[in-house]
Ligand binder design. Sequence first.
Ligand code: GAR
Length: 220
Amino acid sequence: MKRIAVLLSNRGTGSNLAAILSAIEKGKIKNGKVVIVVSDKDDAYGLVRAKRKNIPTLVLSLREFARNGKSRQEYDEALGKILKEKYRVDLVVLAGWMLILSNNFIKYFSARTINLHPGLLPDGNSDYIKLSDGTKIRAIRGLHTNDAVQFAIDQGYPATGSTVHFITENVDDGPVIIRSEVKIHDNDTAESLYERMKKEEHKILPFAIDLFCNGKLKNI
Ligand code: GAR
């Protein structure tokens, strides 16, 4: 059984955490168990969802760290150490986590941290990605949640989507596990488009987790 940590923030509603927990309940994720849900903010709704399911939660406030004179590197180190040593985590899932994790964290979970990103990312480090209709669009990197969705509309892209990938030290880069393309309609608002994207996210993230838990992903 792989021990999973889900990291999230207060920017979303924890719907992807809910999708993971439901996939585990339904046996769509085999050999995986969420052992801890972490947020850097205490008002993240994902924490409420976790508590309802009796899953341990942890708030590790970056602001509190800074108040105590500690650096961002020390925060990443502490987070990695706790997940590794206290919770004996095998897989870290970033499901709405907003902080960029440095090598101080990654060294604990190299090839064991996957991120859900609300944009289509290419294989390799290209700046562009080809859509299914052949159009080439610039990959959306460095933008979070609604901002990434609005950006795709503003650019006039025919489609956007979400990507699950392993993290590396480069932001929104790293080997892609799965992505899902979503068409943009003429009358779409960020809200209507994001709603369709989230439905896809709720499928691809549990799918990627199941692959990991069952040894079906190649080592990176
Ligand atoms: C997801 O849409 C995910 O793609 C995005 O946060 C959302 C969390 O939604 N992640 C990022 O923006 C990270 N760069 P949820 O709280 O409904 O699961």
